[in-house]
Write a new protein. Structure first.
Length: 312
């Protein structure tokens, strides 16, 4: 599949405007280690989203799932259950821009949680769109992978390696109909993401809107069972779905006239199995990352990409 990296569109610097492979998903097939689960309390959380006020900078709102909140890479806000690290890419971008940041990214967020409350481990957080106002100048959006349980279904493939390490047990278990359904669900994230962009633009008509894509977490070939226990024959299938999701996000941004930051293209050579990964493997390590979630190096790289898009 040929892909062309899109040059981000920018207005002015001060008027600018998520797996989760394991998927911090709220779907019922969520892995037990997920930060967002159906067992969450439905009580309203009194916690406010993390914010750093720098009045002279642009007003910046970050929307997203756990690939934005980046659980466990550093000290994080835990009171609202979103597992939002203090050194995720929104914080890094805001620091460089001198921006006033309101980061409402949350592990397990789906595109529906832009306009609907989201249950978390400690309560319920308001719709992410509530943070966006007419004076917002920059909005980054990193969403879509948790819709229809896409990420949690992809990570489910790692649990089937033992059945046939050299074969394709996940692909075989899905069968042609299951593969078609999964590909349709990946494609369906596009219209949902476009709708999010349009909702943001309605709230903040003067903001620059930047869609931040997902990184490359699956290698194009080969396997590293200690880090990502995929059967050898399932690797190309998962790698293709990883690319399809990036293509869908890029098209959604284009369709809505938003800037797209192509993290997938930039992360070539930085998948889980690489020497310099941007995404953690299967072991959760506090201070490093949640399993199958962004590493600090990946968040810095994404922040650099966003800043490059801002600079034009």
């Amino acid at each position: 599949m040929n892909r062309t990296r899109r040059r981000p569109r920018v207005a002015a610097l001060v008027v600018l405007g998520g797996l989760v492979l394991a998927g911090c998903s709220t779907s019922s097939d969520e892995p037990a280690a997920e930060p967002s689960t159906a067992e969450s309390s439905t009580a309203e959380s009194s916690a406010e989203p993390s914010a750093t006020a720098v009045p002279e900078g642009p007003r910046y709102v970050a929307l997203g799932d756990s690939y934005t909140s980046s659980p466990l890479i550093s000290e994080q806000a835990t009171e609202d259950g979103c597992l939002r690290s203090s050194t995720n890419y929104p914080a890094l971008v805001a620091g460089e821009l001198g921006a006033e940041l309101t980061d409402v990214s949350c592990g397990g967020a789906e595109t529906t949680h832009v306009t609907a409350p989201q249950p978390t481990l400690t309560g319920t957080v308001p719709p992410q769109l509530d943070a966006v106002g007419a004076d917002t100048e920059l909005v980054t959006i990193g969403l879509g992978g948790n819709d229809r349980g896409v990420f949690s279904r992809l990570i489910g493939c790692t649990q089937q390696r033992a059945a046939d390490p050299e074969g394709s047990p996940c692909l075989d278990a899905l069968g042609p109909e299951g593969v078609a359904t999964l590909e349709q669900d990946v494609a369906a994230t596009g219209p949902a993401l476009t709708a999010v962009i349009e909702q943001v633009r309605e709230r903040a008509p003067d903001a620059e809107i930047v869609v931040v894509g997902y990184p490359r977490f699956v290698p194009d070939e080969g396997a590293c069972p200690d880090l990502m226990p995929l059967a050898t024959g399932d690797v190309p299938f998962l790698a293709d779905l990883n690319e399809q999701l990036a293509d869908v996000q890029a098209e959604a941004a284009r369709a809505a006239g938003a800037t797209y930051v192509d993290v997938y293209a930039a992360s070539a050579g930085h998948d889980v199995c690489s020497a310099q990964p941007w995404v953690n493997g299967q072991q959760t390590v506090p201070g490093t990352a949640l399993a199958f979630h962004p590493l600090a190096a990946g968040q810095q790289a994404v922040a650099d990409l966003v800043l490059e898009a801002v600079a034009g």
